[in-house]
Write a protein that binds this ligand. Structure first.
Ligand SMILES: [Fe+2]
Length: 255
């Protein structure tokens, strides 16, 4: 089963990820070679750092890159997304949040960035607002937060899922994030790994993460879950820890 990467800054010219279309396509070639065939396009949605991103343009930008990838004969499929900063999560209208939501229509979820500076009341408020609006949550790289992450416990108890970076597991951000990342993947708290790749500067792909998991003593089955089946489930079905409302389609398919 191919890998599924739910956090990747591959859309060119928007944030601190890929700078050009050529750079993005070059990275897509690597993804294709390494069997990472489903990739969410998660540019930073963080107006304090990237004020000029127009959320209404994202679909066209994604389509343009997808066309270029197909023109190269590559099998990589791009999916919608965005890495949402908690400050923006507190303010963006729901119609804008929908533009960066991931997963199926009946169970949308958002990739919410855990702030490097530390968890605080504003982050809690962002989680609460997004939950109230009906979104499941995948919390990006909790291991990179400065200070303790106990504050995440009520959110994960309520169904939020944790995503650990491959780069953290490999030690690219120093020993403290590496240690926390290792604990999260070995104690079962992490739901999935993602690359959080910034093509051109940081390019640790999921197969490297798979190998790092195995070196940590994570079983083959669990490493498969963290890099392939769990992210695929999120992409296709949504957050498995949340009760999904029954839609007409679901009701019909159950009959
Ligand atoms: Fe990211």
């Amino acid at each position: 089963m191919p890998y599924v990467d739910l956090h990747c800054h591959i859309l060119p010219g928007l944030d601190d990820g890929a700078r050009t279309l050529d750079s993005a396509v070059r990275y897509a070639r690597q993804l294709d070679r390494e069997d990472v065939l489903d990739v969410a396009t998660t540019s930073h949605i963080k107006r304090s750092h990237f004020p000029h991103i127009d959320l209404h343009e994202l679909a066209d930008r994604r389509a343009e890159l997808q066309d270029a990838i197909h023109a190269e004969g590559l099998n990589v499929t791009l999916h919608p997304g965005g890495e949402l900063a908690h400050e923006d999560a507190l303010e963006l209208p729901d119609r804008d949040l929908q533009l960066i939501s991931q997963g199926p229509k009946h169970a949308p979820w958002l990739l919410l960035e855990c702030p490097f500076a530390g968890l605080n009341e504003d982050f809690d408020a962002a989680v609460e607002r997004l939950t109230r609006l009906g979104y499941g949550l995948l919390l990006a790289h909790p291991e990179r937060v400065r200070g303790p992450i106990d504050r995440l416990r009520p959110h994960t108890d309520a169904g939020a899922l944790l995503q650990v970076n491959v780069s953290s597991l490999l030690g690219s951000h120093g020993p403290a994030p590496q240690e926390v990342a290792g604990k999260l993947v070995t104690n079962g708290r992490a739901y999935c790994l993602a690359s959080d790749t910034h093509p051109g500067s940081r390019e640790e792909t999921l197969p490297l993460g798979y190998a790092a998991l195995r070196r940590l003593g994570v079983s083959d089955v669990q490493a498969f879950r963290l890099t392939q089946s769990n992210p695929r489930f999120l992409l296709r079905e949504g957050n498995p820890r949340l009760a999904l409302p029954e839609t007409e389609d679901r009701a019909n398919s159950a009959r």
